[in-house]
Design a protein around this ligand. Structure first.
Ligand code: NDP
Length: 244
């Protein structure tokens, strides 16, 4: 068990699969008090039951709806009296070549990957500034550091997450609030399943042949949270050893 996690109140968006689910498993093991959000409530309920979290630990949440994101955070505070950590993890990656004009998919990525993160920040800031403590972890990507063919919009959203996080860091440090960007490379999750452009899917599937376990992400989350309050891990960038 890692010190510095026990009894922390942690809200995770997108906890119904992949990285969010792995973080929930890890933080539950380390004694955090979890509140989990995602749209697939059945999967959240199954996870809560497996981790013995109780029914109140999960709330159906669509992060594109700011009212629902606020309700998730308000619920966590009502249940636990405070919020220590928000992990803005929900995201999707229906990447495509721009010339294919998959404009609905561009919109969805912008709504979930950027606006969803902003709604999370908006929901926790009033509590964290009042508490004079807190930690906001935003999930970016290796794609937040570089751009490849077919990845323009996804990369733009993940570059945005890094820009928002850095601006946030500078503004909220006066309130004793920490901010961390976690930028993973290829991790074996359902993320590539939403790609509808066959050429991009083939290219991404090639990269994901070397994808690593979501446990790698969970370890970085645990590392960032478990630091003393005066230590702010600003960004963790990791990828499979085999990934370019
Ligand atoms: P998954 O597809 O396994 O998980 C995505 C999660 O996001 C699901 O829990 C899904 O839940 C949730 N989600 C999607 N849309 C919404 C929405 N509108 N409202 C609420 N939740 C939503 O992928 P990952 O676990 O890999 O992705 C998690 C994060 O990690 C994303 O931000 C992704 O961009 C990032 N990332 C992942 C990498 C990887 O290689 N896996 C690499 C770099 C970054 P539900 O459908 O139930 O709502």
């Amino acid at each position: 068990m890692v010190e510095g996690i026990k009894d922390k109140v942690v809200v995770i968006t997108g906890a119904s699969s992949g990285l969010g689910e792995a973080a929930a498993r890890r933080l539950a093991r380390d004694g955090a008090r979890l509140v989990l959000g995602a749209r697939r409530i059945d999967r959240l309920r199954a996870l809560a039951s497996e981790l013995s979290l109780g029914e109140d630990a999960v709330i159906q949440t669509d992060v594109t709806d700011r009212v629902q994101v606020k309700a998730l955070v308000d619920h966590a505070v009502r249940q636990n009296g405070r919020i220590d950590v928000l992990i803005n993890n929900a995201g999707l990656m229906p990447s495509s070549m721009l010339e294919r004009l998959h404009i609905d998919e561009w919109d969805r990525m912008i709504d979930v990957n950027i606006k969803g993160v902003l709604y999370g920040i908006a929901a926790v800031l009033p509590y964290m500034t009042e508490q004079r403590s807190g930690h906001i972890i935003n999930v970016s990507s290796v794609a937040g550091h570089k751009v490849g063919p077919g990845g323009a919009v996804y990369s733009a959203t993940k570059h945005s997450v890094r820009a928002l996080s850095e601006g946030l860091r500078q503004e909220v440090k006066a309130h004793n609030i920490r901010t961390t960007i976690i930028s993973p490379g290829a991790v074996a999750t359902e993320l590539p399943d939403t790609i509808t452009d066959p050429d991009v899917a083939a290219r991404i599937n090639e990269v994901y042949k070397s994808a690593i376990s979501p446990e790698a992400f969970a370890s970085t989350v645990a590392f960032a949270i478990s630091q003393p309050q005066d230590v702010d891990i600003n960004e963790i960038l990791f990828r499979p050893t085999a990934q370019v």
